[in-house]
Design a binder for this molecule. Structure first.
Ligand code: ZN
Length: 421
């Protein structure tokens, strides 16, 4: 390694995290949707930072970014370490950004090392906040996008992925997108993948631990429920004669909640969006759109939970005599990460005397796409204060943030020299 991890200083990390957080839309917290102006500016700033640190910065067609040795040939096998650049609306300072800066610092620290090249990566879209394509960033990085998705995946305004890419070019940001296309192989072949992330949950803090070695990532099933009842005058339609789409949706929201509660931890069920029509005081809602999601970290139990949620919704629709369309949205299967990499990470944490535990992740991350593609992959978590994430109140102490990055630099250095068989 060209620089020992102790030389990754708190100010290198904290200053860059603060800089990256400034690329936002001006509302509270960080709002950085894929291909938006703040996203383009953050992308450009990261490339400049990498170049200032002696690395090359290369983008692929989708706008995923890589930090690597200038001499490294495209297509070379590499240890990839990074996270995502996009955020949810009013997100926090650390989600994605922390792993992104960590990837940059670790790639710089490992530059010119004797083993497997260490390449930092930044995915363009992980949060599904703008598009609902399901891990579009990670999938495009790994060459797992069908050409047709460029036209079928669209944001809430109906802007397709292809149109959004064209808009980036028209904004004068063409340099942020590489020339290759959906069928191109990954810019660097991921021999191993690592991601450092805030936990986004309360476990590490509650147990006074500094690191979580992630063994499994929960999968999810999503539905867009379209409920059709009858819009009627709210003053003249007796209760017994109503077919209220919003009241049916309300029951479905609670049904998703009860299904998950009854399945027991770590099952979760959530309704994240509701749009009743026509949305007036004096009209019984005739139509309603509702988004539902169920998660579990075990494949068979996720299937059972998903079937239960759907069945309860059908039952409610039947009883309330409303029409129901249950469109399945993006889905992710629960994913096991590399036991061999977890073993190396646990041994290293023991050696460095860093308080740690093995744990599952309830949140989805790009790392699951790598693992599903057959790349040995591992995630490491640092604590989130009060478990808060996807909020401007997201917070992790400087000490924990620095510990995480130094740990990853040591881990990446070790794995690059001696990848597990
Ligand atoms: Zn994230």
């Amino acid at each position: 390694m060209s620089a020992p991890p102790e030389e990754i200083l708190a100010r290198d990390l904290m200053g860059r995290l603060e800089s990256l957080a400034r690329f936002s839309d001006g509302s509270p917290g960080v709002t950085r949707f894929t291909y938006s102006q703040p996203w383009c500016e953050a992308h450009r700033w990261l490339a400049r930072e990498a170049e200032g640190m002696g690395l090359a910065a290369t983008a692929d067609w989708a706008g995923n970014l890589y930090f690597h040795d200038r001499g490294l040939a495209p297509g070379a096998p590499a240890l990839l370490i990074g996270s995502h650049l996009d955020s949810v609306m009013h997100g926090g300072f650390y989600d994605g950004a922390y792993g992104t800066i960590a990837g940059l610092l670790v790639a710089a620290a490992c530059r010119g090392g004797p083993g497997l090249p260490v390449v930092g990566f930044v995915t363009c879209e992980e949060e599904d906040s703008r598009f609902h394509g399901g891990m579009m960033g990670g999938r495009s990085l790994l060459g797992r996008v069908e050409e047709g998705e460029l036209d079928s995946v669209a944001d809430r305004e109906g802007v397709t992925w292809r149109q959004a890419l064209a808009a980036v070019r028209e904004q004068g940001c063409a340099a942020l997108l590489g020339a290759s296309g959906t069928t191109a192989p990954p810019l660097f072949r991921p021999a191993l993948e690592l991601e450092l992330h805030i936990e986004q949950g309360p476990v590490l803090e509650a147990q006074h631990l500094s690191l979580g070695i992630v063994e499994r990532i929960a999968g999810y099933r999503r539905w867009i429920a379209r409920i059709e009842g009858e819009a009627r005058h709210s003053g003249t339609t007796p209760m017994a004669l109503r077919r209220d789409a919003l009241a049916a949706a309300a029951e479905m929201i609670l049904a998703a909640e009860s299904a998950a509660r009854e399945a027991g931890e770590p099952a979760v069920g959530t309704a994240g969006y509701l749009r009743p029509e026509p949305g007036l005081f004096n009209v019984v809602p005739g139509n309603c759109e509702l988004w539902l999601e169920a998660r579990h970290d075990r494949p068979d139990q996720l299937e059972r939970l998903a079937a239960d949620v759907a069945q309860r919704c059908w039952g409610i629709a039947q009883r309330r005599k409303v029409r129901l369309g249950l469109q399945e949205g993006a889905a992710q299967n629960p994913t096991a990460l590399s036991p061999a990499l977890a073993e190396v990470a646990v041994k290293l944490a023991q050696e460095l005397e860093i308080p740690h535990r093995r744990m599952p992740s309830g949140a989805a991350h790009d790392t699951m796409i790598f693992a599903q593609a057959g790349t040995p992959a591992l995630m490491v978590f640092v604590p989130s204060r009060a478990g808060i994430s996807h909020s401007p109140d997201e917070f992790t102490s400087e000490e924990d943030l620095v510990t995480g990055v130094r740990f990853m630099a040591t881990l990446a250095g070790r794995l690059s020299e001696r990848p597990p068989a």
